[in-house]
Ligand binder design. Structure first.
Ligand code: CP
Length: 321
C-alpha cells in the first residue's frame, strides 16, 4: 500500500489518535495498522529518492531534555523523509536555562507553529502533562523509567518482519526491568500481540512479585537466564544502568554479567532462529558481549534502521488527523 502514503487522508478508521504516550491505550488492531504502515514506509526508504511530499507543511519539533542518539536522529530522518519541517530543541542553550517553565516553553513552541511535539524527558509523565497544554500531537520519546512506546513499536516491527507474526512467540526480556521504560512499553505491546513474555532479572531489579502476579498474571518471571533461553524465539537484553550498582542493587557488575549477560555460551544454548535484540545504547561486556551483539542472530542494527520507518508511520498517522 505505498500509494497510501501520498494522500493526506487518515489511513484507516482506527487512526483517530492524537497522542502517543504509551502502548497501554493501543488495541491490537491499531498496533497491526502501525506495523503495516511502517512496512509501506520501509519501501519508501528503499527507493533511490527516500522522500515523499506527504507531510509538507507539517512542523515537527524534537524536544529532547535528555540525551539520545537513535530516537532523536530517527525522528529527524522520518520527518524529513515525509517532507515535514523539523526543528531540534534541547533544554541546553534554550530559555529553559533562564528559568522558563516547561509549559511556557511548550506554549512558545506552539506559537511558532509546531504541529507535532516529539518529547523526551527524564521525568515520568511529562508527555501526559504536555499533551494537556499543546494543541497538536505529542509523541513520547521516552519519559523517565515509565514508557518508550516508539522503541516498543520498532521492536514489534522487527520481530514481525523476521517471523511474520508475533502471536505465540516466546520473548525473554532480560536486565534492569525495574527501571526500564523499554521493558514496560514492550510488555504492553507484546502482550497485546499475544506473545508469551518472560521477564528475567536479579530479584533486586525485577520489582515486587505481588505486583506482577496481580497485574500481569500471564507474564513469566525468572531470575535464572539459563533456564529462560530454552525455547526462546527472541531474547531482548536491556542496558544495565551502572548507577544501580552504586545504589546497592547489585553486588558487582562482574557478578551481574556472570548470571545475566548474553554471552557466546548462552547464545549457543538458543536455537539458530532465536533473535538477539537490544534497544541501545549497549554496555558491551556488561549485559551483552561484542561477539553476541554482532552475531548473525543479532538484529540490533536492524532495530535502529526500522526505527525510521516506524516513526514515519506514527508521524503520518498523527498528521492524518
Ligand atoms: N533506544 C534509545 O532510546 O536510544 P537513544 O537513547 O539513543 O535514543
Amino acid at each position: 500500500m505505498p500509494h497510501q502514503t501520498h494522500t493526506s487522508h487518515p489511513p484507516s478508521p482506527t487512526a483517530r489518535r492524537r497522542h502517543v504516550c504509551d502502548l497501554d491505550d493501543f488495541t491490537r488492531e491499531e498496533i497491526e495498522e502501525v506495523l503495516e504502515t511502517a512496512d509501506s514506509m520501509k519501501e519508501i526508504l528503499s527507493r533511490e529518492i527516500k522522500q515523499v511530499p506527504t507531510l509538507r507543511g507539517t512542523t515537527v519539533i524534537n524536544m529532547f531534555f535528555e540525551e539520545s542518539t537513535r530516537t532523536r536522529i530517527s525522528f529527524e530522518l522520518a520527518a524529513r523523509a515525509l517532507s515535514a519541517t523539523v526543528v531540534n530543541f534541547t533544554g541546553r542553550g534554550s530559555s529553559v536555562e533562564k528559568g522558563e517553565s516547561l509549559i511556557d516553553t511548550v506554549r512558545t513552541i506552539q506559537a511558532l507553529g509546531a504541529n507535532i511535539l516529539v518529547l523526551r524527558h527524564s521525568q515520568a509523565g511529562v508527555p501526559y502533562l504536555v499533551s494537556h497544554h499543546f494543541k497538536g500531537s505529542v509523541i513520547n520519546a521516552g519519559d523517565g523509567c515509565h514508557a518508550h512506546p516508539t522503541q516498543a513499536l520498532l521492536d514489534l516491527f522487527t520481530i514481525q518482519q523476521k517471523f511474520d507474526r508475533i502471536e505465540r512467540l516466546n520473548v525473554v526480556i532480560v536486565g534492569d526491568i525495574l527501571h526500564s521504560r523499554v521493558a514496560r512499553s514492550n510488555l504492553w505491546g507484546l502482550t497485546k500481540m499475544e506473545a508469551n513474555v518472560t521477564l528475567c532479572a536479579p530479584p533486586t531489579l525485577l520489582g515486587p512479585l505481588p505486583f506482577w502476579h496481580a497485574s500481569w498474571p500471564n507474564v513469566r518471571l525468572s531470575s535464572n537466564l539459563d533456564e529462560c533461553l530454552d525455547g526462546a524465539d527472541v531474547v531482548m537484553a536491556l542496558r544495565l544502568q551502572k548507577e544501580r550498582q552504586q545504589a546497592g542493587l547489585l553486588p558487582s557488575l562482574r557478578e551481574y554479567s556472570r548470571f545475566f549477560a548474553l554471552t557466546s555460551e548462552r547464545l549457543a544454548a538458543t536455537s539458530a532462529h532465536t533473535l538477539v535484540m537490544h534497544p541501545g545504547p549497549m554496555n558491551e561486556g556488561v549485559e551483552i558481549t561484542p561477539e553476541v551483539a554482532t552475531s548473525p542472530q543479532s538484529v540490533i542494527e536492524e532495530q535502529v534502521t526500522n526505527g525510521v520507518a516506524v516513526r514515519m508511520a506514527l508521524l503520518y498517522r498523527l498528521a492524518g488527523e
